[in-house]
Design a protein around this ligand. Sequence first.
Ligand code: UVW
Length: 325
Amino acid sequence: MKFPRVVTVSVLFVLTLAGVTLPGDSPETPIGPKWWPSEWGADDQRGAANRLTPQKVQEAAKLIRTGQVYKLGRPYEYGMPLFGKRHFSLTIPGSPTGGPDGTNRLVYHDELFSGEIGQIGTQLDGLGHIGVRMAGDDFFYNGFRRSEFGKAYGLEKLGIENIGVFFTRGVFVDMAGYKGVDRMKVGEVITPDDLQGALKKEEVGITEGDVVLIYTGHGKLWMKDNEQFNKGEPGIGVPAARWLCAQKIVLVGSDTWATEVVPPENKDRPFEAHQVLLVRNGVYNLENLDLEELARDKVYEFAFIFAPLRFKGATGSPGNPIAVR
Ligand code: UVW
């Protein structure tokens, strides 16, 4: 049976009144007050991508002064760090895969891929990736329920194909530099004060519709010490995630595998910053970036360009985002 969303919320109130209180800031949901309908309407599936306007494209284009392009994506390769039991496999089906054909003796190669395509390596977390379990269902951005869209051959709502293209102003926060270290420690929390302090030092501000990329130095471990890379990471805590959302950004990214601090500040609330960003605010999360060159060249402001692959119904996208200055 399908309940309208208003009924579901009432059920939550009844549960609360019945003493079935849930942990968090408010008993209304496990992550605080009800978060829907979204500011972009009850049917919206794009979240903060609605802030990607032609004005932001023009603003970003004005930041391109030297034409220098920074690749922020990592190569997808065997042996790269993976979260949990995710896997990566790329094989060439025969070499050559086909041919020789015709009198021109054409030969060709294809590749066969298997893996959690949107959730390995450099990856953009979309709004169908993370949810919250309550009242007998799983609730996602804009209150969409898994029971209505979580289908085996692609999510029927919140798929990555809804985003469009990121072409906007990018802001780089060199948090390791601000803290005077080469690499921040696993479990080190980035607070709102840290973000504001680093931005002040860099003399850049965040404006609505920006992308914010945070450098911790943890990415130095990538393919060098995968065990340590995967063990945990420095990153934003829940207050910093909330602060970034309050700045009305579109996306936050980092050189770590989750962007948020692991282990979390509260060990009973894993990946809660993911919920703050994706579920509550529709703000995207871009993980496993290579930010070494931006840090080296002290590039604090740039045009950020990234076209997520349009896998219909996917939770995320791989890709090679770029910064141009
Ligand atoms: C989870 O999926 C829990 O993490 P991530 O988005 O960092 O891959």
